[in-house]
Design a protein around this ligand. Structure first.
Ligand code: HEM
Ligand code: HEM
Length: 357
C-alpha cells in the first residue's frame, strides 16, 4: 500500500521523460482492458447458460454509459497494443534501446492517427442509433447489472487473502524459490511479449467486427450477423452469438476457434500482467504478495473455465424465445406496451426501420 502511494506521488512529482508516462499509461490501459474482459467473458457465457441475463448485459452495452466506456476501451486497446509492440520489438535488440524515447512518441502519434477514423466510424453507428430516440436502459438499471461483478471480484480478493494466510501458516513465510522463480520469470517475460504480439491481430479483428463492420447496436438488429451468412431473425443478442458460434467453414467452427485463441491469450496475458502490478505494490508483505499471485490465478482459472465452457456448448433450444421474452420485458415496460404475442422492435430495429433499411 505504501509503495502504491509512493508510486502515485512520485509519478506526479517527477516531470520526467516520456518513458515514465508510457509506463504509467501501459499499466492503466492494461488494467482497464482486463477489467472489461472479466465482465465481458462472464456475460458472453450467459448467451449459452442464462439467455435472459445476456439480453440485459447487451442492453447495458447499448446504454450511454457503456457507449462512453466503449470509446475508452478502444483507445486503451489501441495504445496498449502499439506500446506493447514497441516494448517487445525494442527488447529484441539492446542496441535499439537508445531509440526508446522517439519510439514512445511514435506510439502516441500512431494511436492518435488510428483513433481519429475509428472514432468517426464508431460515432456514426451511435448517431444512427440515436436518430430515432430509441429505448435505452436507464443508468440505475445499468449500474445494478454490474453489482454481481463487484460482489464476485470482492469474493475473489477475500478468497485469495484467506488462502494466502492459510498457506503462510502451513508452509511458513520463508522464500527459497529464488532460482526456480527466476527461471519461471524468464518464461513469463517471453510469454508476455509473444502473446502480446499474437493478440494484436486477434483483438483488432474482433473490435473491427464489433465496432466498425457492425456497431454494438447491430448485435440486436435484424441484419446479417458479421462474419457469417446468417440473418439474426429474432434480432436478439442470443441469436447473434448462436449464429456466430454455429458458423462452420471447412468443417471448423471458425468463430469458436478464433474466440478460443483470443480467450486463452488475453486471459493469461492480462492476469499475469495483473500479477506484475499487484506484486509490485505488495513487496513488503508476504501475505499480500502471495495473495496477489492467488488472485491472478483464481481470475485466470475462472475466466478460462467459464469462457471455455461457453465456447464448447451450444445455445440451447428455447434460448432465443427466452431472449425475446426478456426483450419485451425490458423495452416493453418502458414503452408501456402490454402485447403478449407480438415481439416489440429492439432499439436497432427501430433505428433501421426509420432509416428505411
Ligand atoms: C493487444 C495486444 C497486446 C500487446 C502487444 C501487449 C503487450 C504487453 C507487453 C509487452 C507488456 C509488458 C510485459 C512486461 O513488462 O514484461 C504488457 C503488460 C501488460 N498487459 Fe498487455 N499486451 C496486449 C494486450 C493486452 C490485453 C488484451 C490485456 C488485458 C486483458 C493486457 C494487459 C496487460 C497488463 C495488465 C500488463 C501489465 C502492465 C504492467 O506491468 O505495468 N494486455 N502487455
Ligand atoms: C465493446 C466491445 C466488444 C464487443 C461489443 C464484443 C462483443 C463480443 C461478442 C458478441 C462475443 C460473442 C462471440 C462472438 O460474436 O464472437 C464476444 C466474445 C468474446 N470477446 Fe468480445 N467484444 C468486445 C471487446 C472485446 C475485447 C476488447 C476483448 C479482449 C480483450 C474481447 C474478447 C472476447 C473473448 C475472449 C470472447 C469469447 C468469450 C467466451 O469464450 O465466452 N472482446 N465479444
Amino acid at each position: 500500500m505504501t509503495s502504491l502511494v509512493y508510486t502515485i506521488t512520485e509519478t506526479l512529482r517527477y516531470r520526467g521523460a516520456i518513458g515514465q508516462w508510457s509506463w504509467v499509461l501501459h499499466r492503466i490501459t492494461g488494467l482497464g482492458v482486463l477489467l472489461f474482459l472479466v465482465l465481458h467473458v462472464i456475460d458472453t457465457s450467459w448467451a449459452v447458460f442464462y439467455p435472459e441475463l445476456y439480453v440485459r448485459a447487451i442492453a447495458s452495452y447499448q446504454s450511454p454509459l457503456f457507449t462512453l466506456g466503449e470509446f475508452g476501451l478502444v483507445a486503451c486497446v489501441v495504445y496498449h497494443a502499439y506500446n506493447g509492440f514497441r516494448i517487445a520489438l525494442i527488447d529484441l535488440r539492446p542496441k535499439w534501446w537508445k531509440h526508446q524515447q522517439r519510439a514512445a512518441y511514435v506510439v502516441l502519434a500512431a494511436t492518435a492517427i488510428t483513433l481519429v477514423p475509428v472514432f468517426i466510424l464508431m460515432f456514426s453507428h451511435v448517431l444512427h442509433f440515436y436518430e430515432d430516440s430509441p429505448q435505452v436502459l436507464g443508468l440505475i438499471d445499468v449500474l445494478k447489472e454490474q453489482l454481481p461483478f463487484v460482489a464476485g471480484i470482492a469474493l475473489a480478493v477475500i478468497a485469495a487473502v484467506l488462502f494466502s494466510a492459510v498457506t503462510g501458516l502451513i508452509l511458513g513465510d520463508k522464500g527459497g524459490h529464488a532460482r526456480k522463480g527466476s527461471k519461471l520469470e524468464r518464461f513469463w517475460w517471453s510469454f508476455m511479449r509473444i502473446s502480446g504480439v499474437l493478440i494484436i491481430p486477434l483483438v483488432f479483428g474482433h473490435l473491427a467486427m464489433m465496432h466498425i463492420l457492425q456497431g454494438v447496436f447491430d448485435i440486436t438488429a435484424q441484419t446479417t450477423v458479421v462474419g457469417t451468412p446468417y440473418i439474426n431473425e429474432s434480432a436478439t443478442a442470443v441469436e447473434f452469438v448462436g449464429n456466430r458460434w454455429g458458423y462452420i467453414v471447412g468443417g471448423i467452427f471458425i468463430w469458436r476457434v478464433y474466440d478460443f485463441a483470443l480467450l486463452v491469450l488475453v486471459t493469461i496475458h492480462g492476469f499475469n500482467g495483473l500479477r506484475y502490478v499487484l506484486t509490485d505494490y505488495t513487496m513488503n508483505s508476504n501475505l499480500f504478495r502471495r495473495a496477489s499471485v492467488y488472485l491472478a490465478t483464481i481470475g485466470a482459472v475462472v475466466l478460462l473455465v467459464v469462457g471455455g465452457a461457453a465456447l464448447f456448448s451450444t445455445v440451447p433450444a428455447g434460448a432465443i424465445e427466452e431472449a425475446e421474452r426478456e426483450v419485451q420485458l425490458i423495452y416493453g415496460e418502458s414503452a408501456g406496451a402490454d402485447s403478449e404475442t407480438e415481439v416489440l422492435p429492439t432499439p436497432a430495429e427501430t433505428a433501421e426501420a426509420a432509416s428505411g433499411g
